[in-house]
Structure formats: structure tokens, C-alpha cells
Ligand binder design. Structure first.
Ligand SMILES: Nc1ncnc2c1ncn2[C@@H]1O[C@H](COP(=O)(O)OP(=O)(O)OP(=O)(O)O)[C@@H](O)[C@H]1O
Length: 761
């Protein structure tokens, strides 16, 4: 089967039993290996392997492909963190000094042009506690921070956390949705996990897979291009850290007994790994997230297996089945799998095996090595991952997990770490970097790292986090195993993943191109309506959904923290059961609300992008995205809060006519135009009354935040007069006759000085 490459190169392939799993597979019809003809292998030393639903690419990138100059930042809101951080510093200095000089002003305006107030947990800059930024842009979004645009921003690590328990709800109504479909019972079956969230969320998005698959045969449609940008890893990849990889790990499986003693597994080595690899049996339905492979078919610690059983996991998910054998072989892995399909367990299970293989930890917690370092972009994700780790460690009492996520004072965390030794550390990047730089003995502990995991890897490797990640990578040994997981792996990330991965890493893609990066069972619709109708439309939409789904669980994503607050206020005024989460809320509050939302039904969560990635709320029935998502990936991740674990869900994207251009970036996804539901005059009046009751300061903050956000959207911001007209339209939609006045210096910093239509104060 020829594989087509954009550079005019064709791969001639033939199907063979998968090299790595040759002995482990019994489903030859589903599992093929593709090998490039030698000449191509020379030029592009990559290997393609298709594993049933997952595709795998091994990389062995040659130095000449390492042209850094080709690497582009991913298309995030924060396109240049360095500049933004400078800008934020300027801003802080400036606020003390008074005002910018005209040169500074211009420079700042340029920076502002590139950045906006957002609130998705990825601030371009972290900033420490107590610092405030004027545009809400740029920092970790810690409690108490205030920004002049009411916005916040992706406060890198500073987000929610703790998902204590789970209680998945079962939602099985027969419903008649607004799109006219009679939907069958939701198959909301939950695999009960004793007292804990059974599934953690993540997002799903898929990006360019680099090759196309058609029933076990693939057409590579971009691999050449992707590979070109890869750079040779400087480190020597010959020595894997998880010593012996599968050899060591297989020592576990030889132990049939269910020993309670972890130490019993340490150091056992079983040879003949390949022959002993388990057979896998991948489910055949394209959107199925579960495989038929059992966990006990792999060489995992019986104690882990027991915990898995307790968690209610019967078979592996597709991504777990695809990645585990490769990871157990000691390989670095870049894995892409849809949202809500069990990526967390996929990287945690083998990580735990690595700990089991490590020498017993020192009694001195300040000295004891950290063996596994998991980095997550937000606090909530880090906490989720730690909770999942604890579930898997139920019968491994000697293995400790700690979370460092900020939100508390550094010394408090330092004391906690000293008091509780751990071998697995889950952290957000900024706080981790703080510890590397400020916690005595911490850097030494990191010398013990054998496994580094970057969860939501594409997010961590984009410009907003890049510096911290580079610092973190520099702080852990080169000889380690690294796993990068995400539901989306854009081209840009493929090109820079060498930062973290060894040259011969494997790319395991569980997202079939053509099937889209979103779940088939999630119905995606978009609505185009003028801004003045958005709030009424939202209200009608919610009422309809609630009527059709008594156990409704809705997430509404807004563009910024302050717009989130406004929408939450409004829905509260309309007597809906609503909660809000964004980075302007204190951590304790966010944790509480998050737990509550997880456990509840008949509830609406209004949130900024702090909840866009990874959060695993069970049984979300509808995701509404109001206004322009920051990019395609964010759209997919937000949508991925519903339809988790193979369940059904709905997504509605609500845009104004001038935002319609966004649809071109998701045109390959099954998203359809929805007719606007009739809005009865009574509903309009109710919404207007509700808006009248929303506090003026919240409207003012929302207006500024809105302006700041759309100022960063190139397509919209290029005409500032038009931008202001639109902002004023938004202001009117909140029921204001006149747009709120904005301080002059703020407008200057936004690059909006003297733009007609703005009111200043
Ligand atoms: N083998 C399994 N069987 C059943 N449930 C599982 C299995 N493995 C993991 N889960 C559960 O699936 C849910 C989703 O897992 P997880 O949050 O890791 O998904 P994800 O792929 O990381 O999603 P996202 O991309 O949105 O972050 C979690 O509640 C997790 O406990």
C-alpha cells in the first residue's frame, strides 16, 4: 500500500506482524506494521506502525532535520511568552512609576497586540503570589490577583484542584434534544471506583496525525514535513533510565502470588520479554475507547492489578493497550488519544512500575529521590493525576505521592514535602520551578528521576510554558524515560518534542484520521447570532436542555474570567442552579465547587478555560462555548468535557456573525449549523431583568476583559475602530446604554488610545 507524502515521496508498505508486539498480538487482521522502503528510511528514518485503532511512529531523527528555525510556536493566545513576561514586568514597574514613555508605550502596545486576557490556566507568565497584572493576562491567576481588564489569564499552574471523590452519576434519560433528535438512553454506566473519581478528564483533540489510516492501511500525508522539523536529541539515548525497561518490569509478572510486599518485586528480571508479551485484542468500533485487553495480560505488579480491579477497570482503554507495551520496553513515548479515554492511567501504571524497580527510598525525606515526575499544566489536573495515582497505589503503601501546585505559600509546601517523603511528584510547571530554585535539597532529589511525564504535552510545550519546561527538563537526568500525552498533538509540538523525548521515541496515535479528533457520540452544533441575542439564546438553550435532561450537567465556557463571572451572575439571577470557576476565585472555593460539580447532577458550571483541559467531570450532558475559542485545540478540549468514556454528549458553539471565520479551523470536525431556537419575548424580558440585577462593577469588568480578549484576536483587532464598535455591542447586550469608561492608561497599554467609541476616565 503506497503511503503518500507531501514531498512527493511515496512509502511502499507491506503489512507485517507488528515488530514490537509480534508475539503479543492475536489479532493480525487489525494490527499491521508498515515499513518504509530503505531509501525512504534513510531520508526519513521513521517507522510507521499501526496498532489496530492506534498508529505508532518511531522516530530516529537525524541531526540535519534539527532546524530550530523552523519551529513555530503553537497558535495559542500567548504567542510569545518572553515578550509578555517582559511586558508584564514593564507594566508592574510602570504602575509604580506612573506611566510609560512614548517608546515604552509603543513597545507595550505591540506586546498587547499579541496577548490578551484569558483564563485558561496557562498564563504566559506565572508571577508570584500577590502580584497583579493589569491586563489579567499573564500569570498564574492566583487568588486575590486583580487585573484591570477584569480578565485573568491562563495562570499557568494556578488552577483548581482536588477532586476528592467522584460518584459518577448515571444519566440515562431518553431525551429529545433541541436538534430534533430523539436520543436514546445515555449509556452513563460508570465503573464505580470506591470513593474516588473513576475517570479523570482530559481533553481530546487530535491534531495532525501525520498519516491517514484506512482500515489498517495508512497513507502518510505529512510525516515528511513533520519529521523535517525534528532536531537531534543531544542526549545519548542508548541508556534507558528505567533500567532494563521491560526486562525488569517483566519480573513482576512472573510473580503469580498476590504478595502484599512491594519489595518482593524489586530487582526481579525476566528474560525473553518479547516472547512473554501479552496478546492484545483491540475493540473494533472506531469510537470505542475500551479494548478487550485485560490489565493482567501485562507484566504489572499484582498489587497494582488489585487496585485496578478495585477501581472497577475491567479492560484497558485503547490508549493504555497501545502505549503500555512500548513503555514497558523502556521507550519514550508521545501518545495522542481522544479526551476522556484514560491517558492518566496509561502513564501512571508504568510509572509506578518504575518506582517499584527503584532502590528503596532513603529515610531522609529531604534526600529521598523523586523517581517519577509528572508535570501537568493546571492545579486541578495535577491534583486529579495525584488522586488517580493514589487509587492505583492503594496496595503500595510504601510508595508516596505528593502534589506541588502553588496556591499555598512556598514554605508551606516545602514543609509538607519534608514531612511526607514521596517517590512520585505531580506538579505544575511554575511551582515546580520555584522549588527547583528555592527549596534546599530539591534539585538533588530530582536527580533520582527516572520517569518524566508531560501531561497535556502540547500545552506544556507551547510558548506559555516552554521556559519552565526547559528548566525542568534541565533539572532531571538525561537518562530517563519520558512520556508525553495529549489529546492533541499539533504539528508544532511534533517538531519540538525532541526537547523532552529521545530520538528513538515512538509516536502512538490513537486518533484515526478521518474519524476526527472529537467523539462520534458527541453532537456538535454551532449557532450564529448577533451579540445582543446571545444571553437570551443561552437561556433558552439551557431551559430546553434542562427540560429534556432532568439529570443535566452543563458546562459553559466563556472567553475570560470576568465574562465568566458576568454570565454566572446572570444565570444565578435567572434562578438556575449555577456555579462558577475561574482563576479569580480563591483556590479553596474552586476546589469546593469542582468537587460539588463532579458529584452533582442538575447543575450548570460557568467557567473560563481553567476547566478546558483534562478535568474529568462525569456525565456532562452539554458543553456550551460562548464566543470565540482561542484556537481549534481549545475548542476540542473544551468539547471533550462531555462524551467521556464513550458516553454521549452535546456541544454548542455560540458565535456572533463576525466570529464565523473560526469555523474554517474546525471544518474537518462534524460540527453543524443549528437553527436558532425561537426566543419568546417573555424569556427576553426575563433575561433583561436578570441583567439589570447584575452588579455594575461586574459588567464593567466584563467589558474590559472582553475588549482585552478580542484585542488579541488578530482577525478582529486589526481594525480597532470596528473592535470598539463590537465591544460596545457587547456592552449593550449587557443592558448598558453607554459603554463603561476605561482608564486612559489602561487603554494606552491596550493600544486603544484615541479609538473612537471608547469612554475614558
Ligand atoms: N481501563 C479503564 N477502564 C475504565 N475507566 C478507565 C480506565 N482507565 C481510566 N479510566 C477512567 O477514565 C476516565 C478518563 O480518564 P482520563 O481523565 O485519564 O482521560 P484522558 O484521556 O486523560 O482525558 P483528557 O484528554 O480529557 O484529559 C477517568 O475517570 C479514569 O479513571
Amino acid at each position: 500500500m503506497p503511503l503518500k507524502f507531501p514531498l512527493g515521496v511515496r512509502f511502499i508498505t507491506h503489512s507485517l506482524p507488528c515488530t514490537h508486539l509480534a508475539s503479543s498480538m492475536n489479532s493480525a487482521a487489525l494490527i499491521y506494521s508498515f515499513r518504509a522502503v530503505p531509501v525512504i528510511s534513510k531520508a526519513l528514518p521513521s517507522r510507521l506502525t499501526c496498532l489496530g485503532l492506534c498508529s505508532r511512529v518511531s522516530f530516529s531523527t537525524r541531526p540535519e532535520f534539527g532546524r530550530r528555525g523552523e519551529i513555530r510556536a503553537s497558535k495559542s493566545l500567548i504567542e510569545d511568552e518572553a515578550e509578555l513576561s517582559d511586558w508584564v514586568s514593564d507594566l508592574r514597574t510602570s504602575s509604580v512609576r506612573g506611566k510609560f514613555t512614548s517608546d515604552e508605550d509603543e513597545a507595550v502596545q505591540e506586546r498587547v497586540r499579541r496577548n490578551v486576557e484569558r483564563d485558561d490556566g496557562r498564563g504566559p507568565r506565572r508571577g508570584r503570589e500577590g502580584q497583579a497584572d493589569r491586563f489579567g493576562g499573564s500569570r498564574r491567576g492566583k487568588e486575590g490577583e486583580v487585573d484591570r481588564f477584569g480578565g485573568s489569564r491562563r495562570g499557568k499552574e494556578g488552577e483548581i484542584d482536588r477532586f476528592g471523590g467522584s460518584n459518577r452519576r448515571r444519566t440515562e434519560p431518553v431525551r429529545n434534544n433541541r436538534f430534533g433528535d430523539r436520543e436514546g438512553a445515555r449509556n452513563g454506566r460508570v465503573q464505580g471506583r470506591s470513593g474516588e473519581s473513576a475517570f479523570r478528564g482530559r481533553n481530546e483533540r487530535n491534531v495532525d496525525s501525520g498519516f491517514r489510516r484506512e482500515r489498517g492501511m495508512e497513507t502518510n500525508n505529512g510525516l515528511g514535513k513533520q519529521t523535517r522539523g525534528l532536531r537531534q536529541e543531544e542526549e545519548d539515548s542508548s541508556d534507558e533510565v528505567v533500567s532494563g525497561g521491560i526486562d525488569d518490569l517483566l519480573s513482576e509478572i512472573s510473580s503469580e502470588d498476590d504478595s502484599e510486599d512491594d519489595e518482593a518485586f524489586v530487582g526481579k528480571v525476566v528474560k525473553g520479554v518479547e516472547a512473554d508479551m501479552p496478546r492484545t485484542d483491540t475493540a473494533t468500533t472506531s469510537d470505542s475507547y475500551l479494548s478487550k485487553t485485560r490489565f493482567d495480560q501485562f507484566p504489572l505488579s499484582p498489587l497494582s492489578l488489585r487496585a485496578i480491579k478495585d477501581a472497577g477497570f475491567e479492560t484497558m482503554t485503547v490508549v493504555q493497550e497501545a502505549t503500555l507495551p512500548i513503555i514497558l520496553k523502556g521507550k519514550d513515548v508521545l501518545a495522542k488519544a481522544k479526551t476522556g479515554t484514560g491517558k492518566t492511567v496509561a502513564f501512571l501504571l508504568p510509572s509506578i512500575e518504575a518506582v517499584i524497580k527503584s532502590p528503596p527510598a532513603s529515610r531522609d525525606s529531604r534526600q529521598s529521590p523523586i523517581v517519577v515526575l509528572v508535570v501537568c499544566p493546571t492545579r486541578e489536573l495535577a491534583s486529579q493525576a495525584a488522586a488517580e495515582a493514589n487509587t492505583l497505589l492503594k496496595y503500595h503503601p510504601s510508595i508516596g505521592v505528593q502534589v506541588v501546585i502553588g496556591g499555598t505559600k512556598l514554605p508551606t509546601e516545602q514543609r509538607r514535602m519534608q514531612a511526607n517523603p514521596c517517590q512520585i511528584l505531580v506538579a505544575t510547571p511554575g511551582r515546580l520551578k520555584d522549588h527547583i530554585e528555592n527549596t534546599s535539597g530539591f534539585a538533588t532529589r530530582l536527580n533520582g528521576v527516572k520517569v518524566l511525564v508531560l501531561d497535556e504535552a502540547d500545552h506544556l510545550l507551547d510558548m506559555g510554558f516552554r521556559r519552565d519546561i526547559e528548566r525542568i527538563i534541565a533539572a532531571v537526568p538525561k537518562q530517563r524515560q519520558t512520556f508525553l500525552f495529549s489529546a492533541t498533538v499539533p504539528e508544532e509540538v511534533r517538531q519540538i518534542c525532541h526537547i523532552a523525548l529521545k530520538r528513538d521515541h515512538e509516536f502512538i496515535n490513537c486518533v484515526q484520521e478521518g474519524s476526527g479528533e472529537t467523539h462520534q457520540k458527541v453532537k456538535q452544533m454551532y449557532m450564529i447570532a448577533s451579540l445582543d441575542r446571545h444571553f437570551s439564546l443561552l437561556y433558552v438553550l439551557l431551559k430546553e436542555h434542562m427540560a429534556d435532561n432532568p439529570d443535566y450537567k452543563v458546562i459553559i465556557f466563556c472567553t475570560t474570567a470576568m465574562v465568566t463571572r458576568l454570565v454566572a451572575d446572570l444565570l444565578g439571577q435567572l434562578s438556575l442552579n449555577v456555579r462558577e470557576i475561574h482563576s479569580r476565585k480563591p483556590q479553596g472555593y474552586r476546589t469546593k465547587v469542582s468537587d460539588e460539580f463532579r458529584k452533582s447532577k442538575s447543575i450548570i458550571l460557568v467557567t473560563s478555560d481553567v476547566s478546558a483541559r483534562g478535568v474529568d467531570y462525569p456525565d456532562v450532558s452539554l458543553v456550551v462555548q460562548m464566543g470565540l475559542p482561542s484556537d481549534r485545540e481549545q475548542y476540542i478540549h473544551r468539547l471533550g468535557r462531555t462524551g467521556r468514556k464513550g458516553k454521549e454528549g452535546e456541544g454548542v458553539l455560540m458565535l456572533a456573525p463576525w466570529e464565523e471565520y473560526f469555523l474554517s479551523s474546525v471544518k474537518d470536525l462534524p460540527i453543524n449549523k443549528s437553527p436558532l431556537p425561537p426566543i419568546d419575548p417573555e424569556a427576553v424580558k426575563k433575561v433583561q431583568r436578570g441583567l439589570n440585577q447584575v452588579e455594575m462593577k461586574n459588567k464593567e469588568a466584563a467589558y474590559q476583559a472582553w475588549l482585552g480578549y478580542y484585542k488579541s484576536q488578530k482577525m478582529i483587532a486589526r481594525d480597532t475602530t470596528r473592535l470598539v464598535e463590537l465591544a460596545n455591542e457587547f456592552s449593550r447586550s449587557m443592558g448598558l446604554d453607554m459603554p463603561p469608561a476605561i482608564p486612559k492608561n489602561v487603554l494606552g497599554k491596550m493600544g486603544l488610545k484615541n479609538v473612537p467609541g471608547l469612554r475614558t476616565k
